[in-house]
Design a protein around this ligand. Structure first.
Ligand SMILES: [Zn+2]
Length: 258
């Protein structure tokens, strides 16, 4: 489904209700940003076809979790294209390893009894390792997506999390999702890194922030959000709770939920 376009770029949401991924077209190239969880493979493939995207030139994964890189090998083989990720992700993506947060990790302590459920989610279980994985650099991003595309290191969710900003769109992987009028972290490996990453992303004042979970959101959503409460409950790992794909970032529909 087309999210937005300008004279040179088109941004499509091609993931599912639970696990989002995106396709960016620029000139004659199409780049898949994240690949979703393996359980959603056939849906993602048919979503690409629905948007008349029959060829992919490259895949970029925003981090090494299984819901970002879960179909990297499959789509890399299908489209005969390379997969790019930052150096620190390469060995993990090559071997399909979602690095598990240790039990004594502060976030896991906050999650409490929901931790065992959380570790069974596609984000954290092993996935098909990817052979054709190559280092993602600023030059690669520019080569694939033009001079307006910026590679941003946005750690916090994981050490290896990146974002890509192109004009008024930022593809942010699992840096955050917008949930009930609050920009909520999904899993936080490092809180201070995450806060710094959010600040650097919001300074871009994008019209569309496209997350790995949840609806697109914009800079006004950030400014107008309810105060974020630093608490984690069962809901924090409820990835099923979603808003419709068709929702616009400035929609007021979210109001009814709070
Ligand atoms: Zn993740």
């Amino acid at each position: 489904m087309l999210i937005t376009r300008d004279a040179e770029y088109q941004f499509f949401s091609i993931g599912t209700k639970t696990y989002k991924c995106y396709c960016v077209t620029y000139k004659d190239k199409a780049v898949l940003i994240d690949t979703g969880a393996s359980v959603d493979r056939s849906t993602i493939e048919s979503n690409l076809e629905k948007d008349f995207i029959f060829d992919i030139d490259a895949i970029i994964v925003t981090h090494s979790h299984g819901d970002s890189a879960g179909n990297a090998e499959y789509f890399s083989m299908l489209y005969n294209c390379p997969v790019y990720c930052v150096k620190t992700s390469i060995e993990l993506v090559k071997h399909g390893v979602s690095r598990l947060p240790p039990k004594d990790h502060p976030y896991m302590k906050k999650v409490g009894s929901a931790a065992s459920l959380m570790l069974k989610l596609p984000s954290f279980i092993p996935y098909e390792g990817c052979q054709n994985v190559q280092p993602l650099t600023k030059d690669v991003v520019e080569e694939l997506l033009g001079k307006d595309a910026q590679l941003l290191m946005t750690p916090g969710h994981t050490e290896d999390s990146i974002s890509i900003a192109i004009r008024d769109v930022a593809l942010i992987g699992d840096c955050a999702q917008f949930k009930r009028r609050v920009l909520a972290p999904i899993f936080v490996d490092n809180e201070s890194q995450m806060a710094a990453s959010w600040e650097s992303l919001i300074r871009l004042k994008c019209k569309y922030y496209l997350s790995g979970h949840g609806r697109p959101w914009n800079a006004d959503d950030w400014l107008n959000q309810k105060e974020y409460k630093d608490e984690v409950d069962e809901d924090a790992v409820d990835f099923e709770e979603e808003t419709p794909d068709t929702k616009e970032p400035d929609s007021k529909e979210d109001e009814s939920k709070s």
